[in-house]
Design a protein around this ligand. Structure first.
Ligand code: FAD
Length: 384
């Protein structure tokens, strides 16, 4: 059999894991090509530690071009078109065709779509925004800090709550907590709604214990940059001296025009194989839309992107050897919820359970914070 090529679009969590695992499993003359616009990989689960001052950006950043030494062809380019039937991508560095194609382009942050967001909010979904948010909170001696979820779906449903707990912790350390109110505004009815009401109620209770206001069902329509007011669809408003924002998320434009996307703009896939409707074309991670029980979608999270990438890599490697992979994605996943003072909670379970996600929370405690640190270190060393 002559050598074949797998093309991975996107070098984030899913794309990196897929490329690394494929490189280990494919024959040495098969090509693994990874196309990514930004050669600097940043580990997003640690962004809020940057905000809190526990990490510097350079500690969670790696240069993807190092993967070339491991036999992966890293192409630094913008993907401008996808032709699924031809398993082909058009990029700013030319056109590349594969025998298999993996779309791992994530979700696109779209702060400009909420008027006023870019001028007023610290975008905590970027490493620079998270760092600036931490600086702004530390310099506040009195007033209000608000964490705003600008729309759903968004990646890592725990992150805005984690941000609020870490703001609370920063203010306590700086001695300003009793002069600063901290509030979370979200269109959701409960935190982390896909994980079920018991988890949501537990997070609301934790927010209450920390004196953090929780304002569900609030959809912001704009932010008034002159007055720092959040204006909501229900006619109400709220003031924030420091605003931390989770920006609206969208499907990448190149995906929306590829013919692979469903109504949501994200890509429907087989929930166990991650196969799209087009043979030999797979999609993994945040760019997918995977329905689960009770009319919900699988949350967008790195833990799922990684697990899906492993499954797809194994399928391609088996297929090219004329075998069938028994490795299927099972919908199991977990996440940590930092609550400050070196403590975390942990939520994990089965998101594919037929009656709806079966997720349990542990902690909070110090051991779960340490487990999160171990997870970060494992991830960076294992895959980059
Ligand atoms: C603050 C924060 C905290 C988080 N915490 C956790 C956590 O604790 N646990 C967890 O599991 N998840 C967490 N997540 C979510 C996690 O980071 C994402 O779910 C995960 O990165 C998704 O992986 P992905 O490969 O699908 O997409 P991404 O990692 O976003 O990768 C997509 C890649 O595609 C590239 N790309 C996009 N379009 C193009 C194009 N046209 N051309 C070229 N390249 C392109 C992008 O540059 C990007 O590198 C967190 C996220 C944030 C922001």
């Amino acid at each position: 059999m002559s050598a074949r090529t797998v093309v991975v679009l996107g070098g984030g969590i899913g794309g990196v894991v897929a490329a690394r695992r494929l490189r280990r499993r494919l024959a040495s003359d098969d090509r693994v090509v990874l196309i990514e616009r930004d050669p600097l990989f940043r580990f997003a689960p640690s962004y809020l530690w940057v905000m809190h001052g526990d990490r510097r950006p350079d500690q969670i950043t790696r240069d993807l071009r190092h993967l070339r030494a491991k036999g992966i062809e890293v192409i630094e380019a913008e993907v401008t078109g996808i032709d699924p039937a031809e398993r082909q991508a058009t990029t700013s560095a030319g056109t590349i065709r594969g025998d298999a194609l993996i779309v791992a382009l994530g979700a696109r942050l779209d702060p400009a779509s909420l008027p006023g967001f870019t001028d007023t909010a610290h975008n905590i979904y970027t490493v620079d925004g998270a760092q600036a948010a931490g600086d702004a909170v530390r310099s506040l001696s009195a007033g209000t800090v608000a964490v705003l979820v600008a729309g759903t779906p968004y990646k890592c449903p725990a992150a805005p709550y984690e941000a609020a707990f870490l703001v609370d912790d920063l203010l306590r350390r700086g001695g300003a907590r009793d002069r600063v109110t901290v509030d979370v505004y979200t269109p959701e009815a409960l935190p982390m709604p896909t994980a079920g009401p018991a988890i949501g109620d537990a997070v609301v209770e934790l927010l209450g214990e920390h004196g953090i206001g929780f304002h569900p069902g609030r959809s912001a329509t704009r932010i008034d940059a002159a007055t720092n007011a959040l204006v909501f669809a229900d006619g109400g408003d709220a003031h924030a001296d420091v605003l931390l924002g989770v920006p609206p998320h969208r499907s990448p434009d190149v995906v929306a025009t590829s013919g692979l996307a469903g109504d949501s703009g994200y890509i429907p896939v087989d929930p166990h194989t991650l196969a799209t409707a087009v043979p030999d074309v797979f999609a993994i991670g945040d760019v997918t839309a995977i329905p689960i029980a009770r009319g919900k979608l699988l949350p967008k999270a790195g833990v799922f992107a990684e697990a899906e990438a492993r499954v797809v890599a194994d399928q391609i490697a088996h297929d090219w050897r004329g075998r069938t992979s028994r490795h299927a994605f099972d919908g199991k996943g977990s996440c940590f919820l930092e609550i400050g003072d070196g403590h975390s909670a942990y939520a994990g379970g089965d998101f594919y359970a037929p009656d709806g996600p079966n997720v349990a929370m542990r902690g909070p405690g110090r051991r779960w914070h340490l487990a999160k640190v171990v997870f970060e270190q494992y991830w960076m060393r294992r895959w980059l």
